[in-house]
Design a binder for this molecule. Structure first.
Ligand code: AMP
Length: 301
């Protein structure tokens, strides 16, 4: 992967990179299209990164559709696809690079899962202090350490000029931006808007876990965000009041369990008291056992 990417860059091409965990939908494809528009060569990666999942999370059942993903990426004209094995991304202590290369595509997407949940060993981590413990990082200890570490590894493999991320994962965006700044990485981070279903549900690979009833209930996340936006547009600046109204909307859907509903600075993820200077309204909630996230940005007054 590194030599293919280097060859492109040596030929004077601008390289765009879209990291994903696969099970692709229009949200992912919007990043690919943004990369296509801004760069000469587009690389995507598909890697279900075990180190960003907690021990009781959905790593084993995370949706995988590698062959369909390849077709979608091909249709979008993606030139290079990086789909490493867990062994390649997290080499064993003896330096071996994991399983051989001639396995089926489905196994290649996450070979360890066929034999249970082997978790990689790793002594070196990228930890973005402070930010990693906020929002999703508070609910999912170790999640952003896994994210920052794998994104650093992917950046190292691909060496992109620009990397494309979705606003859908707003806390992830803050963590990656800070990592890039703190480690002086020469990659431009481009953030693309949230792609939604027609009824407002933010697209997510995890929406596949929802049954029809849960799918309807899940709309409460977006409804709560819209309520906050409406009040903010009507002039309410007090974050506590806005939060109360958003949380009330969520509470109205009794089967949905709120994880967090917060109004924070989009760069530091610290709570703000007043929304005058541009803030992120972020929500995470469980619909059944499925944890969904969504957010909106409120512009400065
Ligand atoms: P994932 O495969 O969930 O790790 O997501 C890969 C990238 O796609 C991340 O940068 C996500 O923020 C982005 N993404 C996921 N869902 C959406 C969406 N609905 N709209 C825009 N970007 C998204």
């Amino acid at each position: 992967m590194r030599s293919a990417c280097r060859a492109a860059r040596y030929a004077g091409k601008r390289l765009g990179f879209v990291p994903t965990m696969g099970a692709l939908h229009e949200g992912h494809l919007s990043l690919v299209r943004a990369a296509r528009a801004a760069c000469d060569i587009v690389t995507a990666s598909i890697f279900v990164n075990p180190t960003q999942f907690g021990p009781n999370e959905d790593l084993a059942k995370y949706p995988r559709s590698f062959e369909r993903d390849c077709e979608l990426l091909e249709r979008e004209g993606v030139e290079l696809l990086f789909a490493p094995t867990v062994g390649e991304m997290y080499p064993a202590a003896d330096g071996s690079a994991g399983p051989p290369q001639d396995q089926s595509l489905a196994d290649r997407a996450c070979p360890e899962l066929a034999e249970g949940s082997v978790r990689p060993t790793q002594n070196t981590w990228v930890t973005v202090e402070g930010l990693s413990d906020r929002l999703d990082g508070r609910s999912r200890p170790g999640h952003f350490r896994g994210v920052a570490t794998v994104v650093a590894k992917l950046f190292h493999a691909v060496e992109p000029d620009a990397a494309f991320f979705g606003q859908k994962d707003a806390a992830q965006v803050a963590v990656i931006r800070r990592m890039v700044r703190d480690l002086n990485l020469a990659v431009k981070i481009v953030v693309c808007p949230i792609v939604r279903e027609a009824d407002g549900l933010a697209m997510s690979s995890r929406n596949a876990y929802l049954d029809a009833e849960q799918r309807k209930r899940a709309l409460v996340l977006h409804r709560a965000l819209l309520r906050v936006q409406e009040l903010a547009e009507a002039g309410e600046r007090d974050a506590a009041k806005l939060l109360a109204s958003g949380r009330e909307v969520i509470a109205g859907e009794s089967s949905v369990r709120l994880d967090y509903f917060e109004i924070v600075d989009p760069d530091t993820l610290e709570p703000v008291a007043d929304i005058s200077s541009g803030t992120l309204v972020a929500v995470a909630a469980f619909v059944g056992t499925t944890r969904l996230i969504d957010n909106i940005l409120l512009r400065s007054a």
